[in-house]
Design a protein around this ligand. Structure first.
Ligand code: SF4
Length: 468
C-alpha cells in the first residue's frame, strides 16, 4: 500500500537542506530574475492548469519563458502517471529536456514524481523533485535550491492544502481548478495516492479567480479537478452553489465542466446547466465499463442503469448537448463475455464520443488482486471495437448540426488566416478570417474539413451577443 506522505527530493552537490513550510516573500530582484524557463506538461487538464500557474509564479519574479531553440536555465516537467505508458513518456520527456537544455536546473513534479520520487531523482540531469503540494511554492523551492545545493534526500511534508490555479497558458480558454484529490479508491486507480484526499477552494476565492480571468479578457472557463462533483469536502459548500456563483461572473460567457462522476451529476446540476446563463451543453462523464460486473470489480459507485438514466436526462434537458464518455478496456476481470455485454450497452447510449483507454497495471492498486488478466492483443482488439463505435457516434453528431448556426469561440491556429474554435456544444470548427481571436461569433456550420477533423464554417459572421 502506498502512503500519502508528501515529500521533496533534492539532489545536488553539497549540504543537505530541508524545505521549510513557510512562505518567502519574493521580489523581482530575487535570485531568479532574468532567468529563462522551459515547461513541459503531460496528462490531464488539471496538470496543464497547474503548469500555467507555475509559469505565472516564475514570471512574477522575472523568469521569462524560452523561445523555440533557446537553451533554458530552468526546466519544469509536470508529469502524469495514469498508465505505465505515461510513466515511460515522462522519462523520455525528462531525458529530452536534459539533452536540449545542458546545465539547466531540471525540476520534476506531478503524479509520476509524487508516486516514484526515487525513480525520478535517479534520472541523470534531474535537480529537484517536488511533491504536488510544492507546485504552489516553486519560487521558494528554486531559490533555496540555487542558494543551498544539497545531496539527494527525501523530506516529508504535511498533508497538502488546496493549491489554487486558474490559468490560460497559451490558449484562449482558462482552466479553473476548483477541487483536487479523490476519496473514491477505484481499484485500478493511483490518483488518490498521487494527489491525496479530496479538497477544494472556497466559492468566494474561486469566483474571485473567475473575475480575474474575465478582467484579463477570458471568455471561457473550463472547471477542472480530479473529482469535481465531490466539491465541498473542505468548505462544506456544494458543487451546485459553486456553479450558481460562477454563472454570475460578468464577462465570462462560457463554462464547461471538465469531467464529472455520473453518481455526482445530480438532476439539480443538469437542470441548472440547462437553464443557466453560461454553462455550455457539454458533458464529459466517465463510464469506465458498460458491464455491471466489471463496474463492481472496479469499485465504481454506480451501475449501468444509473449511467443510462443520467445520460438520457442530460439529452432530454439539452437535446443538442455533446456528451463525451471515458471507457477503459481490458481491466482485470473483463472476460470476453463481459466485454461483449459492455459493448452492447455503450452502443445503446445516446452519446457523442468515447475516450477509450487501455487498462494498465499500477503497483499498489487493489485491481492486482483480481485473477482474470486480459492479454495485450485482446485489449487492442477491444479498443478498436470501441473506437469504431466512437467514430460512428461522433460522425453522426457532427452531421446532425451541418447547416445550422451556432456560437463559436475562436482562437488563432498555426496557419495564417485560419482560426479554430468550438461551438457551444463542442463541435470543432474552422473559420477563415482576420482579427477574430478570442471572439464569439455566430457561424453557419458547413461540410467537413479536408482531414475530416472539424467542420468548416461560412462567413459572414455577425457578432454573437451572449444570451441571445
Ligand atoms: S473517482 Fe476513481 S478513477 Fe476517478 S480519480 Fe477517484 S479513484 Fe481514480
Amino acid at each position: 500500500m502506498l502512503n500519502f506522505t508528501l515529500f521533496s527530493v533534492v539532489r545536488q552537490k553539497s549540504t543537505i537542506f530541508a524545505l521549510e513550510n513557510k512562505t518567502m516573500h519574493m521580489t523581482p530582484d530575487s535570485a531568479l530574475q532574468g532567468k529563462t524557463a522551459a515547461y513541459f506538461t503531460l496528462g490531464c487538464k488539471l496538470n496543464f492548469a497547474e503548469t500555467a500557474s507555475i509559469e505565472r509564479q516564475l514570471a512574477d519574479v522575472g523568469v521569462r519563458k524560452v523561445k523555440k531553440g533557446e537553451v533554458a536555465d530552468i526546466c519544469i516537467v509536470n508529469t502524469c502517471s495514469v498508465t505505465e505508458v505515461a510513466d515511460h513518456k515522462c522519462r523520455q520527456a525528462i531525458h529530452k529536456l536534459v539533452r536540449q537544455h545542458p546545465g539547466a536546473t531540471v525540476v520534476v513534479t506531478g503524479c509520476y514524481a509524487q508516486l516514484k520520487p526515487q525513480e525520478v531523482a535517479a534520472i541523470e540531469g534531474v535537480t529537484l523533485v517536488l511533491s504536488q503540494s510544492e507546485k504552489g511554492k516553486i519560487v521558494e523551492c528554486l531559490t533555496k535550491c540555487s542558494s543551498a545545493p544539497a545531496p539527494s534526500t527525501i523530506i516529508p511534508q504535511p498533508s497538502a492544502p488546496f493549491v489554487p490555479s486558474c490559468s490560460c497558458g497559451d490558449r484562449t480558454r482558462y482552466f479553473l481548478k476548483v477541487q483536487d484529490g479523490c476519496n473514491y479508491f477505484c481499484t485500478y486507480c493511483t490518483i488518490p495516492f498521487a494527489r491525496g484526499r479530496s479538497r477544494n477552494g472556497s466559492i468566494a476565492s474561486l469566483v474571485a479567480q473567475a473575475r480575474q480571468a474575465a478582467a484579463e479578457g477570458g471568455k471561457e472557463i473550463v472547471i477542472t479537478g480530479v473529482n469535481i462533483g465531490d466539491f465541498g469536502r473542505t468548505t462544506g459548500e456544494s458543487f451546485l452553489d459553486l456553479l450558481r456563483a460562477l454563472d454570475t461572473v460578468e464577462g465570462i460567457e462560457r463554462y464547461r465542466i471538465s469531467s464529472i462522476e455520473p453518481n455526482l451529476l445530480t438532476d439539480e446540476v443538469l437542470q441548472f446547466c440547462a437553464e443557466s446563463r453560461a454553462f455550455m451543453p457539454h458533458f464529459h462523464i466517465p463510464l469506465q465499463s458498460g458491464s455491471d460486473e466489471v463496474l463492481r470489480l472496479m469499485h465504481r459507485r454506480y451501475d449501468t442503469a444509473l449511467f443510462y438514466n443520467k445520460v438520457s436526462r442530460a439529452r432530454e434537458l439539452m437535446p443538442d448537448a455533446f456528451i463525451g464518455v471515458d471507457v477503459i478496456v481490458g481491466t482485470r476481470g473483463e472476460t470476453a463475455a463481459l466485454f461483449d455485454e459492455a459493448e452492447r450497452f455503450i452502443e445503446s447510449l445516446p452519446i457523442s464520443l468515447l475516450h477509450v483507454f487501455s487498462y494498465s497495471e499500477r503497483p499498489g492498486t487493489a485491481a492486482l488482486r483480481i485473477p482474470h488478466v486480459v492479454r495485450p492483443e485482446e485489449k487492442h482488439e477491444r479498443s478498436q471495437r470501441l473506437l469504431a463505435i466512437s467514430d460512428r457516434k461522433l460522425h453522426a453528431f457532427y452531421e446532425r448540426f451541418m447547416g445550422t448556426t451556432r456560437p463559436v469561440l475562436l482562437e488563432h491556429s498555426r496557419i495564417k488566416g485560419l482560426f479554430n474554435g468550438f461551438t457551444d456544444n463542442y463541435i470543432k470548427v474552422e473559420y477563415r478570417g482576420a482579427g477574430v481571436d478570442n471572439q464569439i461569433l455566430s457561424l453557419k456550420l458547413s461540410g467537413w474539413n479536408e482531414e475530416h477533423t472539424a467542420l468548416k464554417t461560412l462567413p459572414p459572421a455577425p457578432p454573437y451577443k451572449g444570451g441571445e
